[in-house]
Design a protein around this ligand. Sequence first.
Ligand code: B12
Length: 244
Amino acid sequence: MSDDLPIRLPPVDPSSADDVPAASLSPELLAGLLADGDDELAAWTLRHALAESTRADVFDGLLRDAMGLVGDRWAAGQWTVAEEHLASRTLLRALERIRPELGPEHRIGPVAVLAGVAGEQHMIGLVCLEQVLAEDGWTVANLGADLPAEDLGAFVSRNDVDLVALSASDPARVGDLAESIRRVRIASSGRRVPVVVGGRIVAHPGIRDAVGAEELVPSVADALAFARSHRPPDESDGAPEDAD
Ligand code: B12
């Protein structure tokens, strides 16, 4: 036999090539793909996880754990800020690839406004929440990171807002958070717009009393449950049918 013969790979059964057990979709795999800048395979990984779990659970589990690994490796000096930045960028591109497919009805859902408080740069949790609420029928305005409280208030006063979700990490930002909520209250005087707070700040004791939000939640799944329980009734429900 000649040494030049090509290597023969085992035959692949196309019908099972796409069967990926959820257990093989590990945070280690996803973290590696993100730090390699591979948004296509990262999206593939997330899509397979979504086939077996809800979007909120995938984001609160696999995705959060993968970024936790990125943070651990960065804190340990194993990866630099360069790998962390690449992983964050790649994740945002992958999330764009797996956005829920929405019908025209999503334009008329109740309105949720999402924002990171002034100085807050962590915004991936907001992107996760944006997708989960959109999939649940909300019209979402994600205003992103580092939003001045005054501008949040102006936005809420100009729009018919049904829910505000704010995010902060550092407990030093408790004053900015409280000010953001105060501005929402002023802007929506007359009817109380529910405010839910997420991000790492919620783990700090005393935050709840300091900021005056309706709810502080540790996860996207809890934020979704809060949103559902505060969803305004659908005005078309119970409306008389058009006469012929
Ligand atoms: C990526 C990242 C960054 C990126 C963010 C990029 C971006 N576009 O968002 C950048 C480089 C900007 C950054 C900056 C900093 N970071 Co940083 N960062 C991270 C990292 C690696 C991942 C965060 C992430 O996106 N996770 C994925 C999301 C989905 O998970 P999550 O944030 O935990 O959110 C979950 C819940 O909290 C909730 N949630 C999140 N947001 C929201 C919002 C709402 C409304 C709701 C309802 C729920 C919700 O749902 C999510 C899913 O379960 C973490 C490590 C880690 N363990 O998380 C460090 C980490 C959070 N960062 C940290 C630090 C120290 C910083 C800096 C101070 C570093 C510095 N010296 O400059 C700055 C602060 C910047 C600022 N002013 O805000 C520390 C925080 C330590 C602490 N005690 O709080 C961590 C834990 C790293 C570490 N191991 O030390 N960071």
